[in-house]
Design a protein around this ligand. Structure first.
Ligand code: SAM
Ligand code: DTB
Ligand code: SF4
Length: 347
């Protein structure tokens, strides 16, 4: 069995079994939260939350059939599709995000994978350079990447690439059939090999069982190095998608997922991602206690609602939390090592 002391010392491991991760997940909630918060403080300031802002730079009409996603062309939702945004519009949104305290700007596109070379991909690369010039950490999430595209994005200045595993390998086929789990792992390898940091997590509340949440956590834990960012999304149920009528998840399952992620990937920044509009302030506070130290800001995620800056500022004030300061990112080298250095520094 795992050594609890080893765990709370924040040691980096990749070899915990399903049963060992389950034993952590099943700890009394008080013990689990205390352990996760203690480990979190080894690497991060307890009162600092990273603010990340999303912009959908190409919306809807996606060829994939991810059962949760309002942007899939397989489902009829109210999402208004649009092509790749003009550069000026992206630059304006990034400037606004910076002015409002965000340190990371994440551009998302509803693509199976970005178009190979050509004017569209060139515009994405130009957008990356523009956002980086503003001094923001640039994140992109554009679907599957091959090795060459990953290098191009890295050279343009992408710091982090988001590509989620979504759920356990066992439950995955119930949710998506147009791309395999292995396709996702291949993209993550290309991202890592190109020298970008990895942002990879999943979604809870899709009707999966506890064993699937643990299965997802184990997949993330086995990635070596661990993803620098781990977004945990609570399903946003969107009318028209196959998961629109999914039952509510007991919110403590989300809290346990976050705390376990913090314990089994101690240096990773765990992000309380989609689904905050469905959560009470108290539930969000529990997620922060469980070690979540990042959120998406603004009143919109990619296409669905998010609490918005006024609500978040009030919540932060009540909880005594503050944003990770915006540092000039223009000279930051996007390698895993520099991100780990930053984690250690911010302790
Ligand atoms: N098309 C790209 C891809 O799939 O990687 C990038 C955009 S995609 C919308 C980014 C992630 O958002 C997905 O991997 C999924 O984890 C999350 N997501 C999408 N729809 C969601 C929903 N309704 N609720 C919660 N998370 C969602
Ligand atoms: C992630 O894990 N969550 C964000 C970000 N990465 C790209 C996206 C959430 C999307 C929620 C549904 C929507 O707004 O379309
Ligand atoms: Fe397309 Fe990404 Fe939505 Fe899947 S999650 S349908 S790949 S936009």
């Amino acid at each position: 069995m795992f050594d609890r002391d080893q765990l709370t010392r924040g040691e980096i491991r990749h070899d915990l079994s399903h049963e060992e991760i389950q034993a952590i997940y099943d700890l009394p909630l008080t013990t689990l939260i205390h352990a996760a918060q203690s480990v979190h403080r080894l690497y991060y300031a307890a009162d600092e939350i990273q603010m990340s802002t999303l912009l959908s730079i190409k919306t809807g009409g996606c060829k994939e059939n991810c059962g949760y996603c309002p942007q899939s062309a397989h489902y009829q939702t109210t999402v208004e599709a649009h092509g790749l945004l003009p550069l000026e519009e992206i630059a304006r949104a990034a400037q606004t995000a910076k002015d409002q305290g965000s340190s990371r700007f994440c551009m998302g596109a509803a693509w199976r994978s970005p178009p190979k070379k050509g004017p569209q991909f060139d515009r994405v690369l130009e957008a990356v350079r523009t956002v980086r010039e503003l001094g923001l950490e640039v994140c992109t999430t554009l679907g599957m990447l091959d090795a060459e595209q990953a290098v191009q994005l890295r050279e343009a200045g992408v710091y982090a690439y988001n590509h989620n595993l979504d759920t356990s390998p066992d439950y995955y086929e119930q949710i998506v059939s147009t791309r395999t789990y292995q396709d996702r792992l291949d993209t993550l390898r290309h991202v890592r090999e190109a020298g970008m940091t990895v942002c990879c997590g999943g979604i809870v509340g899709m009707g999966e069982g506890k064993e699937d949440r643990i299965g997802l956590l184990r997949q993330l834990h086995q990635l070596d190095p661990h993803p620098e960012s781990v977004p945990i999304n609570l399903l946003v149920r969107v009318e028209g998608t196959p998961l629109a009528k999914e039952d509510d998840l007991d919110i403590f399952e989300m809290v346990r997922t976050i705390a376990t992620a913090c314990l089994i990937m101690p240096q990773s920044r765990v992000r309380l991602s989609a689904g905050r509009t469905q959560m009470s302030d108290e539930a969000q506070a529990l997620c922060f206690l469980a070690g979540a130290s990042s959120i998406f800001t603004g009143d919109k995620l990619l296409t669905t609602p998010n609490p918005g800056d006024d609500k978040d500022q009030l919540l932060f004030k009540r909880l005594g939390l503050k944003a990770v300061p915006v540092q000039d990112q223009t000279t930051k080298v996007s390698t895993a090592n520099s991100d780990r250095g930053e984690c250690l520094r911010s302790h």
